[in-house]
Design a protein around this ligand. Sequence first.
Ligand code: G6P
Length: 607
Amino acid sequence: MCGIVGYIGQRDTVPILINGLKRLEYRGYDSAGIAILNGEISIVRRLGKLKGLEDALLDGALPGLVGIGHTRWATHGRPSEENAHPHTDCSGDLAIVHNGIIENFLALREGLQSRGHIFKSETDTEVISHLIEEKYDGNLLEAVRAAIQEVKGSFAIAVISRHEPDRIIAARKDSPLVLGLGNGENFIASDIPAILGCTRSVILLDNDELAEVTCDGVRILTIDDLVVEREVFNVHWDDEAAEKCGYEDFMLKEIYEQPVAIRETIRSRFQDGKVVLENSSHLTDDIVKAVGKIFIVACGTSYHAGLVGKSVIENWARIPVEIDIASEFRYRNPVIDKNTLVVAISQSGETADTLASLREARARGAKVMAVSNVVGSSITREADGTIYTHAGPEIGVAATKTLVSQMAAIYTLALYLAQVRDTMPQAEIDVLASELKDLPKKVSGLLVDIATIEECAREFSDCKSFLFLGRGIGVPVAMEGALKLKEISYIHAEGYAAGEMKHGPIALLERSVPVVVVATKGHTYEKVISNIQEVKARDSYVIAVATEGDEEIKQHADYVFYVPETSEFLSAIPAVIPLQLLAYCIAKIRGCNVDQPRNLAKSVTVE
Ligand code: G6P
């Protein structure tokens, strides 16, 4: 949801800002802009992808040692050059970039207009620049502090002023912001990958904090003007992890990184028969034994990992699990007490609805466990404990490797709960642990030859609608298959429990609507085959995901994507891989931008 970046130092600022924005484009890409301070403030903005801004900047030198940049995902005001950030005040003496939503912007804007301020955009952001202008009395930090106290909503901002060219002022509330430390230069960004090419020393700014960033250092203060000493955190990621490394797209690279993502996520979590969860000191054995109910909350693809979690926690640990889409959970007054455990799944750790659900749950006395891929993200900082997925940075907007590592983390959590509550014989836990460890190899095997998937994609890439069906653990797989297809190829697709088909979706079936069926071996396999017959009787094509060795399925399906056998509940991981690839291949044939699908953003930090 918008990316921001800032630089102050001795180097030419434009390339640093552009490189940073390239790494943040996943957060939004409908327009982009930069402001450079060099006596005056020069602003260049362009509608559309970052490339347009980059090309515009090639035309003329824009020297300067201080600057801020932005890549936008529109909330208030359509995508246009006028609404692109940075925004200025009436005088043009200051410039601001913002990620978030100012909820009281209309009231603030009316007040500012009545006091003579002239607005040049339709954005909520512009009110902050005029507020700062109004409060400015020779001290930018104080003006920003006063301005943000009038603002309701979420924000991460970076502000520069012609009157104080030796600093950038940053502030945040409910939108992420990191500070990067260099030698005689310092950085601001929405996310760590944006500055990874320049520094590995990072400070995470907390809610209601401001930072004064100069060439020589950063000073962090609370909104109440208390000085904050914050630990510098060293990033170990390989910079290459955020590059395409010869792959055509990030999404394809990330699909191929899935074996490593799973391996890294389960590594050292199974030791001598024990399931080990780090960062879970709040989950003492007594607390785990007393848990009466678990809620899983998540959005998008993470919600599908949550559905897998519901199945395995209930089956293995015998704890009742409710699963909610976070935007529903936060407003539905759920029944929670101190024996409730809430598991908040979010790869980014910044999704606004998931964060709000976590706060709601904690306020009602529940313990909250986060599952996240981003160390130090808001959700991990506010949860009682975190199971980190170790998928490495995911740049493609449509989640792939973070999903399989979330599933691996959730399997681990379910086994941990089962072990502590003694709901499963140790021998069964050992078998599942060993099958889990085998998954990276099995997934690697699936990525070697994708010719059948490519052929199938060619045959059906013109279809207007797809149905995805599954039963049991196959339901979240079907839902994820449908989500991937619609996200990146813009084909309508629905994921359904196969048994529900006859209560509605069957009315959609005709030759031009292919049906993808997750038909891996399991206790409902025969039922799935019956559903396939019902589909065939309506003349639709059937594309089946089936277990290696299942020859019978060929009689029923037009295409079969085979996946290696594993335990039924673990089969969600191998089964989802061909569906990611099918969506990818169809989207490529249709000429879609798979890394940056229209209207989407990777990190949804607004409601
Ligand atoms: C966005 C992304 C999805 C992601 C969802 C939840 O919609 O495009 O890929 O699944 O947010 O994100 P989270 O970071 O909370 O997992």
